[in-house]
Design a protein around this ligand. Structure first.
Ligand code: FAD
Length: 562
């Protein structure tokens, strides 16, 4: 069984539950925490359902810095246990999902002598906490070496620094791999399904779920419910327990995405210490682009639509320009996104100083919540909460997720087979590498589809994703809206200034045919996607060329060339 299965069938299965025939567990929220719980619980033999309000990973889990890391910064907060746990999880994820969790070298340019000593001690501690099992031990580098590793740095300005090692990923794809595996263990997963009400009970709990595609409502019965709703956790808790005091103090972080040409990088990422604000900004070579982030500011605005404000953008651009002297402006930004960290309230004044630990708590009889934490430690979070639920259900099985491979069972064989199929389709290496990263073993299904339906061309000219992905994702990955495909399954909304809907883009046409969209529906989808991207980026998206004008232009060109 491949992919996430059929959405309508999943909804029917959830609707067929009853007080006499409940699920063992309903998970609310399809971010990395919910996906991890669905996999942990279903692999212990529990019957599991999962309802996600918007698209899978549409919350914070698509807005992270994409680092699977120990968190060098936590040294300052003396969060040694958290760091150690995160390093262990990072190394485990490298083994479980080698196609998706890739090592990344991080350069830390430091010219000031005193700070060089401080960072040197910190990096020894970082390696020691990982029991010296970090991908490689950190090393000191000279000025010229630093410049060679990070070509964007101005010549002759950096006196030296360090290189250390962590890992990076595509956060959405990590969520998807967990969901796909959970589905293989029988979990029933639905996106665009909003939990509107929660009722606890010693033996049976109930959730009212609205299918936002057709506005119908269903009742889902489960012996236990877990709320894994990230920054929305307080909102969900108040459904089951009116007047519950808030637990969270969200903090906002933004990222800007640039074409690689705008910030010359090879494979090494660079940290930019911002001493004034006690933050570290970084630039990472990510997918086909350069990702720059991040900020950490207390947030009290609407949870559903955090935006990259002009101030945020200017701060990041200024910091970048100060270090790299590239003279980057808003018009150089290819994509931008804002996310909210679900931080647990604490005594610290600034959100940057709040702990990144998670918490598991009881909401009502049969309903527990989990929030806080970070993407890197999601598997441990999922295990903690599932241990509690499984034992309350009399299930004595232990978590198996340490051993469940995510995405591919044989990375080398996958690479060889995908390269063969890619060559026979004349695909460039970048597209093949992208397919492997995004779909693991299922990349071969996408390549077969590309051959069978003549869909090997780029989905958007100049970018790695291919046309077959639009059809594959509509059939096997529950893409319901154009935004699901462009913002999350392919990340084109981040990489492409035109958000995947500029000239020659084929997402709308292909998804429209796969899902039978009328002309009006296509227009609605296009406008909704554009509005969503513009709202989040805080920048406009160039108007897409209407397909009709495209056709007329092509006809006129043909006439001109005879
Ligand atoms: C700027 C930033 C950078 C970060 N960088 C990193 C990093 O590099 N590395 C790292 O390890 N961590 C990082 N993190 C932290 C990490 O991204 C989060 O801890 C993690 O994604 C939270 O996942 P979650 O599943 O708990 O929440 P979410 O991903 O937000 O998932 C919760 C889900 O619940 C759904 N939901 C809400 N209400 C309902 C409802 N009524 N019905 C059904 N579903 C509902 C939401 O739609 C959402 O999809 C970063 C966070 C931010 C903000």
């Amino acid at each position: 069984m491949s992919g996430l299965g059929n959405r309508t069938e999943a909804l029917e299965r959830l609707a067929a539950t009853s007080a006499q025939d409940p699920l063992d567990l309903l998970v609310v929220g399809g971010g990395i925490t919910g996906a991890g719980i669905a996999l942990d619980a279903s692999s212990r033999g529990l019957s599991v359902g999962l309802a996600e309000r918007l698209d899978f990973a549409s919350g914070t889990s698509s807005k992270s810095s994409k680092l699977v890391h120990g968190g060098l910064r936590y040294l300052e907060q003396r969060e040694f246990a958290l760091m150690r746990e995160a390093c262990t999880e990072r190394d485990l994820l490298r083994r479980l999902a080698p196609h998706l969790v890739e090592p990344v070298a991080m350069a830390l340019p430091v010219s000031d002598r005193k700070r060089r000593v401080q960072f040197g001690v910190g990096l020894w501690a970082y390696d020691a906490l990982a029991s010296f099992k970090n991908m490689k031990i950190h090393r000191h580098v000279t000025g010229p070496e630093t410049e060679a590793l990070v070509p964007a740095l101005p010549r002759g300005k950096v006196r030296g620094g360090f290189v250390f090692y962590d890992a990076k990923t595509d956060d959405v794809r990590l969520v998807m791999e967990n969901l796909v595996q959970a589905r293989r263990y029988g979990a029933c997963l639905v996106n665009h399904a909003i939990v509107r009400d929660l009722v606890g009970g010693r033996n049976i709990c109930r959730a009212q779920v609205e299918d936002s595609v057709d506005a119908s409502t269903l009742e889902v019965y489960a012996r236990r419910i877990v709320v894994a709703a990230g920054v929305w956790a307080d909102r969900l808790e108040s459904l089951a327990r009116e007047g519950a005091p808030p637990r969270l103090r969200p903090s906002k972080g933004i990222h800007l995405v640039f074409r690689r040409e705008a910030i010359p990088l090879i494979d090494t990422a660079a940290f930019i210490p911002d001493i004034e604000r006690r933050r570290m900004l970084f630039v990472i070579p990510w997918l086909d682009a350069a990702l720059v982030g991040t900020t950490d500011t207390a947030y009290e605005g609407p949870l559903d639509h955090p935006t990259v404000e002009e101030d945020d953008r200017d701060y990041v651009l200024d910091s970048l320009n100060k270090v790299f002297g590239l003279g980057l402006e808003a018009q150089d930004v290819a994509g931008a996104f804002a996310g909210l960290r679900p931080l647990i309230q604490g005594k610290a004044g600034s959100t940057a100083d709040l702990s990144r630990r998670h918490t598991v708590y009881e909401i009502a009889d049969g309903i527990v919540g989990i929030t806080g934490g970070k993407m890197t430690t999601y598997r441990r979070m999922a295990k903690d909460v599932t241990d509690r639920i499984a034992s309350s259900l009399g299930n004595s099985q232990r978590s198996k997720t340490r051993w469940i491979r995510l995405g591919t069972t044989d990375h080398d064989r996958l690479r060889a087979e995908a390269a063969d199929r890619g060559r026979s389709l004349d695909l460039d290496e970048g597209s093949v590498a992208h397919l492997i990263r995004a779909y693991g073993d299922r990349a071969l299904d996408v390549l077969d589809l590309a051959r069978a339906e003549d869909l090997a061309a780029p989905l958007v000219p100049g970018y790695q994703p291919i046309a077959a992905e639009a059809v594959y994702c509509a059939r096997s990955e529950m893409t319901v809206h154009l935004n699901d495909l462009l913002a999350r399954r392919t990340r084109l909304a981040l990489l492409d200034r035109n958000a995947g809907i500029g000239q020659g883009a084929r997402g709308l046409e292909l998804m429209g045919s796969a899902l039978g969209w009328s002309r009006t529906e296509r227009k609605t989808q296009l406008e909704a996607h554009r509005a969503e991207v513009e709202r989040e980026r805080g920048l406009g998206v160039a108007s897409p060329v209407p397909p009709r004008r495209n056709l007329l232009e092509r006809a006129a060109r043909r006439l001109r060339t005879g």
